[in-house]
Design a protein around this ligand. Structure first.
Ligand code: TRP
Length: 352
């Protein structure tokens, strides 16, 4: 049985997403713990996870091993962000009773699956991964690409199959990972002689990638993203500095909506889509000022972020809560990943 679903954010914004999920589906997503989560994560994936929560089995993996593939020089930074990311999950409303929250490095079955899968993938195939290629360029690894970095998509295939995931909600950049995972699944199944592992399908976020406040790609290193834990003052300053339309010098001038960061954020977070459409028309005609729009956006973001801040503050009142959530989620995940590993070991004739 599959059904359609409306995603509702805590701000009340409603984005209509037709998500065909059945109670039998298994959902897996992950984040690299390299920084606090920001509004781009909220629009792109947290909202989808909230909508899926309770509808089928769902695991969220804090992918610290994957983070180390390009952060080997700063392990303490990665380690510290495991707890921060889990705090962000709870603050936005992920409920550990309904969504399993687990830490990748504490699931040794995933590492063993990776080692087995490495035999099923050629180096040339890994080098053709467009997302990895773009990341290599961005990080200027040149010829010093860590072997772990080139092979992280294989470890991600271990994540996906280790949970026997059938749905992987991700951004477009992650499509090559799901594709590779399915190639590996087919090879394992050929070895096993039956459908030992399920293939998974990517579920694309309904919201286009949110730009950074300067109009460039939102990134932690560029410092152009608005963190979910930003203070009201930080939110106000970020919005006031947002890139709009440099040609819109006077309020009476016609303005450009395309490429205008304020409208990108209103589209993602303003619950009143009809009003936003009207504002776009007024802006394009001329006569609507940037400051008026920015004030509206500040209000919209505060309505979203205030409850998140409050929940995060409440978490702080229970010492050990985050560690307990991680321990319980990881324990549940351990037996699941060990079962998947047993299946794959069998396909490789290891326990005969
Ligand atoms: N590569 C993903 C990212 O950078 C994170 C991730 C790790 C992931 N393991 C995963 C996503 C498994 C989906 C499924 O955002």
């Amino acid at each position: 049985m599959s059904s359609s679903l409306m995603v509702s954010s805590s701000a009340g914004a409603s984005i209509g997403v037709a998500v065909p999920v059945s109670a039998a589906d298994i959902v897996l997503t992950g984040d690299r713990p390299t920084g606090r989560l920001h509004l781009g994560h909220y629009a792109g994936s947290l909202q989808t996870r909230l909508a899926l929560q309770g509808r089928c089995a769902q695991t969220v993996l804090v992918a610290d091993l994957q983070a180390l593939t390009d952060n080997a020089g700063r392990p303490a930074h990665v380690a510290a962000h495991v707890r921060e990311v889990v705090s962000d999950y709870l603050a936005v409303g992920l409920d550990p009773a309904q969504t399993t929250i687990a830490v990748q490095s504490r699931l040794p079955a995933l590492a063993e699956l990776t080692v087995l899968y490495l035999n099923l993938v050629s180096v040339a195939r890994l080098e053709r991964n467009p997302t990895v290629g773009a990341e290599i360029e961005m990080r200027a690894f040149a010829r010093d690409i860590p072997a772990g970095f080139l092979t992280y998509p294989v470890s991600q295939a271990a994540d996906i199959t280790g949970f026997r995931a059938t749905i992987v909600p991700v951004g477009e950049d992650q499509l090559p990972m799901v594709e590779l995972s399915n190639e590996i699944v087919r090879r394992v199944n050929r070895l096993a002689g039956d459908a030992a592992l399920p293939e998974s399908r990517a579920m694309l976020s309904p919201v286009p990638r949110l730009p950074g406040v300067d109009g460039r790609k939102a990134s932690k290193s560029l410092g152009n993203a608005i963190s979910l834990s930003a203070t009201p003052d930080e939110v106000r300053r970020s919005v006031m500095a947002m890139y709009t339309d440099p040609g819109h010098a006077r309020v009476s001038d016609p303005g450009r909506v395309e490429g205008n960061v304020v409208f990108a954020y209103l589209d993602a977070f303003d619950p009143a889509a009809g009003e936003v459409a009207e504002l776009k028309r007024a802006y394009a005609r001329g006569g609507l000022g940037d400051v008026t729009l920015k004030r509206r956006l500040i209000g919209v973001l505060e309505a979203l972020l205030e409850p998140i801040r409050a929940r995060r503050a409440a978490l702080g009142a229970t010492p050990g809560l985050i560690d307990d959530v991680i321990a319980a989620g990881t324990a549940a995940a351990r037996s699941r990943t060990e079962a998947a590993l047993a299946t794959v070991r069998e396909a490789f004739a290891l326990d005969r």
